[in-house]
Design a protein around this ligand. Structure first.
Ligand code: KG4
Ligand code: ZN
Length: 335
């Protein structure tokens, strides 16, 4: 089964062609960073206009790269939420039009479920049960995954997402847009022990990053932007510490042998290093997508779509974008 995946929930227009949920025939991601850079953040109105202008070219490019035509596509998967409403509308309308015109099955994918499927193509033999940590610009959530495609939400952020914290910190430090990668780069020459930023103590598996952001603001007000490398490295270390501590605690309490980390922040070099180091010490398997599959892409949507379409799931023409779609899995307490 060859699935065309479409992703347009925020500021990346992406299309991918994946065979049998395993073989990536193509992946095109058109980033809008140039458009939004001057505003220091994503401007929703501009994002949707850009998606509309680019999505057909992106789909064309993905078919060309895969050396196939629409005739060979067996199903269409599209992100239908959560995300920016105008951006989602473009992806969903395009997917519906293509599916309708070609009489193809259509499936809507929850963006976070997409992220959780990003490791599948690279690690088909991942070991379950596992703990899945999703760290992106809009979400920071921990899932207990008893088996493939089963998600039980065990904790999430009570305020900012980890990526949002990186982006806001980068803005305070005037490191440029997008903030996460800029702060990551700055940190490489900094001392992560230079400033002792607080680690929030939320109950169970929940996270909070807003206090950390306030500490950074206070530090900059008091001391100015001196040794930005050290400030960046210390701030980054605090985020990574919080994510790592809760994830390892969950792995222990849920008695899993594997951890998966996905979402844009999983690109972070320090996060990748520390998770690799600490899981190795505990003999836990670690699954992290290659960097291009961490940030928004359509491979993850096509893979999640394949799982559902091959199980017989279909959406109707009533599929509509949902900016505030509940996270998959029910909130439940630790064992
Ligand atoms: O998953 P994603 O592409 O979009 C959302 O679903 O939100 O994640 C984007 C987030 C942004 O906040 C961005 O700053 C962050 O991922 N990010 C990083 C790095 N690369 C991207 N954060 C820290 N270090 C990085 N290297
Ligand atoms: Zn995302």
């Amino acid at each position: 089964m060859i699935v065309l995946g479409l992703e347009s929930s925020c500021d990346e227009t992406a299309a991918a062609v994946v065979k049998d949920g395993q073989t990536v025939l193509s992946s095109i991601v058109l980033s809008q960073h140039q458009t939004h850079r001057q505003f220091g953040g994503v401007v929703p109105e501009l994002a949707s206009r850009n998606h509309l202008g680019n999505i057909l070219d992106v789909i064309d490019a993905s078919l060309r790269e895969a050396s196939i035509t629409l005739d060979e596509i067996d199903g269409i998967a599209v992100t239908y939420g959560p995300g920016l409403i105008g951006s989602l509308l473009v992806g969903v309308c395009t997917a519906k039009a293509l599916a309708f015109a070609r009489n193809l099955p259509l499936i809507g994918i929850h963006h976070i479920e997409g992220h959780l499927n990003a490791t599948t193509v690279e690690h088909p033999a991942a070991t379950y049960p596992m703990i899945g940590l999703v760290v992106s610009g809009g979400h920071t959530s921990l899932y207990f995954m008893e088996r493939k495609n089963s998600y039980r939400l065990i904790g999430h952020t009570k305020d900012d997402a980890a990526g949002e914290a990186f982006d806001k910190a980068a803005k305070i430090l005037e490191l440029g847009f997008p903030g996460g990668p800029a702060l990551d780069k700055k940190s490489r020459t900094g001392n992560h022990r230079a400033i002792k930023f607080p680690r929030s103590q939320m109950p169970n598996y929940d996270f909070s990053f807003s206090g950390l952001k306030t500490s950074l603001s206070i530090h900059v007000q008091k001391h100015g932007k001196i040794n930005v490398e050290d400030i960046s490295a210390s701030f980054q270390e605090a985020i990574v510490d919080m994510l790592l501590t809760k994830t390892l605690k969950a792995a222990d309490q849920y008695q899993v042998k594997a951890i998966m980390v996905c979402g844009g922040v999983a690109r972070n070099s320090r996060l990748r290093h520390r998770f690799a180091e600490e899981t190795a010490k505990l003999s836990l398997d670690l699954f992290v997508p290659s960097v291009d599959l961490c940030t928004d892409n359509a491979v993850m949507i096509a893979v999640a779509g394949y799982e559902k379409l091959s199980a017989g799931e279909r959406d109707t023409w009533a599929l509509a974008p949902k900016p505030y779609l509940p996270i998959p899995g029910s909130l439940s307490c630790p064992p």
